[in-house]
Design a protein around this ligand. Sequence first.
Ligand code: 3PG
Length: 212
Amino acid sequence: MTEKLFTRLSEAPIVPLVQSNDPEEAVAVSKALLGGGLQVLEVVLRTEAAFDCLNAITNAFPKALVGAGTVLSAKHAEQAIEAGAKFIVSPGLNEGVVAMAKKHDLPILPGIATATELQTAWNMGLRTVKFFPAGLAGGPKMLKALSSVFRDVRFMPTGGVNAENLMDYLDIPAVVACGGSWLTPMEAIQKRDFQAIEELSRQALNIQNREK
Ligand code: 3PG
């Protein structure tokens, strides 16, 4: 599964967040993101119906690679995996979450923001992490400093990434993908303007392809 995730990310290295309390809406948002060319989605566990949304999306789009984000505990990781998550993302580093993902042989990207946190993750055998909150934790400069020391680690910066600074991160060789909510603005979702979401996905991929 890890290699499958990296293959998809090498084709479209952008991971949009899907946050919804309504499975039907979550499917519509996902359809727009996939329609815009993205292949990997992160459904965040921040609403009561998050697991139902995750389940609905994985059923509706069996070819997409759909993971769970904001996974705070081993129990939530287990529930997310039951709902169809194919990878797990956390804002921080938690042994129980890592162990649950490993038990199911799924990629786990825990959040790290400091060298000490990264070294702890590295000693747990992890080689891919989320850099969070990227903008506040030092941005591309901090990421370059970390990757110059931890040479075999790949990063997914998330938190404050947008169309303007996307390439500042993606240009760093250790960056495997960027994550974020800029592709799924609440205003567009409230207005059910799914076309706008599809357009934002397409634009992000165009930015990335242009500078390849
Ligand atoms: C996350 O959960 O990864 C962050 O909340 C995303 O941050 P953003 O909203 O700034 O993209």
